[in-house]
Ligand binder design. Structure first.
Ligand SMILES: *[C@@H]1O[C@H](CO)[C@@H](O)[C@H](O)[C@H]1NC(C)=O
Ligand SMILES: *[C@@H]1O[C@H](CO)[C@@H](O)[C@H](O)[C@H]1NC(C)=O
Ligand SMILES: *[C@@H]1O[C@H](CO)[C@@H](O)[C@H](O)[C@H]1NC(C)=O
Ligand SMILES: *[C@@H]1O[C@H](CO)[C@@H](O)[C@H](O)[C@H]1NC(C)=O
Length: 457
């Protein structure tokens, strides 16, 4: 088949002839496949309403490979699919699936310009152009749209400022070339370029690169120091390194360990209380710790931040259907001017959050939540650790004695093993307790209270 459009797609083509020996061998076969006499049969085919030249079918390709290589159908199939996956052959019908079908599905040979051995790096800006406004979009909708206004445009403009002139020039050229092209050619060009970008999609988006670059770097001595500190802090809490007190239920068939470590147990173990002091994250991750922290905050009359943090967690992990109503409640409770539990966050975060809540999604409170978390971490957390509330729980906490069961007792335990509590029951209990706790910490409704007082008079 004759290869058309070599060197089109006027990107800043910088082909360099590098590639692995494996690729060169593959390409030799692809060239052979295109031989006008002994190659894969190609013909004109109707696709949608256009007639496309030089089209091959999946079954013809696979048959050709079978005759050529004399190997198993599985290998032939795999080889054919590899040719598609590497971008030597591209599908005309199902663009998204890079496989070779053993039927009359239509394919074409990719022009050598796009072959992997050309090795030109797909740049983010190229991909961005293709994806966000799309050369084919440009070709179809006209440059007018491209040069229109809109946030998309200005975002792209900021992002690729230094390349902008080049991209505009390129898009204009593409547009002109596109208009002059015949319909079938345009369809072919579309498929060809689309196939190229599906194969050569940059692996991660620009944002992640930027985040990676922005991430602060530390010297290895510093990071090793941090690691050593972490290990020292946590070593007694590592179930592999430290014993499990009073005993490991899986080994001794005695479930005391589980009963004295339920999520909202009244008297926690000393280990658990110690762990709360490691970080605010540890404290909040443990429901019992969180409850204790709440008690402290209640005494200080400063529960809003934690309440907001919890509401944000609810929104993040809760059901999608309740999202809108939750967002509304959160707005009314914490963010609206004069809200009963108004939280004090900086104006910029507040503005962004309030704006985001108009179209709520799971992560809409992320920034505000982080802000509130840092506030608690910097100040309230340390006051909690020094407070009588924490000292009290430290004193109350238990340190179970190890069990040291004799072999006979172990035997006995194994025989009187109980079923334990069903997780559903546990869950129900927790939900009830949660509801109770929520009711107890609900904001005081001044109006209702006043009317009660009035009635009492
Ligand atoms: C052919 O039409 C289908 C739907 O009608 C469309 O999804 C597909 O992209 C078209 N193919 C080409 C090559 O334009
Ligand atoms: C393709 O299908 C034909 C007939 O259905 C079969 O004989 C052949 O082995 C298949 N080829 C591959 C590679 O699966
Ligand atoms: C070819 O097979 C694939 C799945 O293997 C199927 O999706 C496609 O519709 C088939 N195409 C034709 C033209 O039979
Ligand atoms: C577990 O051991 C303790 C003694 O340490 C005992 O009081 C308790 O009844 C045992 N529990 C079960 C379920 O066997």
């Amino acid at each position: 088949c004759e290869l058309i459009y070599v060197g089109d797609c006027g990107s800043a083509g910088r082909p360099s002839m590098r590639g692995s020996p494996f690729q060169f061998r593959l390409e030799a076969i692809v060239v052979e496949m295109q031989d006008s006499k002994s190659g894969v049969k190609c013909s004109e085919q109707k696709l949608n309403i256009s007639t496309i030249p030089h089209v091959i079918t999946g079954v013809d390709v696979l048959t050709w490979i079978t005759n050529k290589m004399k190997t198993t159908p599985e290998e032939v199939q795999a080889f054919g699919t590899m040719l598609v996956a590497y971008g030597y052959i591209y599908p005309l019908q199902n663009h998204k699936k890079l496989v070779m079908c053993n039927n009359t599905s239509l394919y074409r040979f990719q022009t050598p310009y796009f072959w992997p051995t050309q090795n030109w790096v797909a740049e983010d800006s190229d991909y961005g152009t293709v994806c966000q406004m799309g050369w084919w979009v440009t070709i179809r909708t006209g440059v007018g749209t491209l040069f229109g206004s809109g946030t998309h445009y200005s975002h792209l403009h900021d992002w690729m400022n230094h390349k902008w002139d080049f991209i505009v020039m390129q898009a204009t050229e593409q547009y002109k070339a596109g208009k002059e092209r015949k319909k079938p050619d345009r369809v072919v060009f579309d498929c060809q370029e689309r196939a190229y970008w599906i194969v050569n999609r940059p692996p991660v988006s620009n944002m992640f690169y930027q985040q990676a670059i922005m991430r602060s770097k530390v010297k290895s001595s510093v990071s090793l120091g941090a690691l050593a500190k972490y290990v020292t802090t946590y070593k007694n809490h590592d179930p592999f390194l430290a014993p499990c007190l009073p005993s490991n239920p899986w080994q001794t068939d005695n479930d005391t360990y589980w009963t004295c470590n339920t999520r909202r147990v009244d008297v926690p173990t000393k280990m658990r209380v110690e762990r709360w002091s490691f970080s605010l994250f540890e404290l909040l991750s443990d429901l019992r710790g969180r409850d204790d922290f709440k008690t402290f905050l209640k005494k200080e009359f400063s529960g809003e931040n934690l309440a907001f943090w919890e509401a944000a967690e609810e929104l993040k992990w809760g059901t999608g259907s309740s999202m809108t109503s939750k967002a509304e409640t959160i707005f009314k409770t914490f963010l609206a001017p004069g809200a009963p539990r108004w939280i004090n966050i900086d104006g910029r975060t507040m503005g962004l959050t309030v704006k985001g809540l108009e179209h709520p999604h799971r992560y809409v409170l992320e920034a505000a939540q982080t802000h509130v978390f840092l506030l608690m971490k910097k100040d309230t957390f340390f006051r909690y650790l020094k407070s009588p509330v924490y000292k009290d729980i430290q004193k109350k906490a238990i340190n179970p004695d190890p069990h040291n069961f004799s072999p006979a007792q172990l035997e006995q335990n194994a025989q009187s093993r109980s079923l334990g509590i069903h997780p559903i029951i546990l869950w129900q209990q927790e939900e009830e307790e949660k509801a109770k706790a929520a009711a107890a910490s609900a904001p005081v409704d001044v109006k209702a209270m006043m009317s009660k007082i009035d009635r009492n008079k």
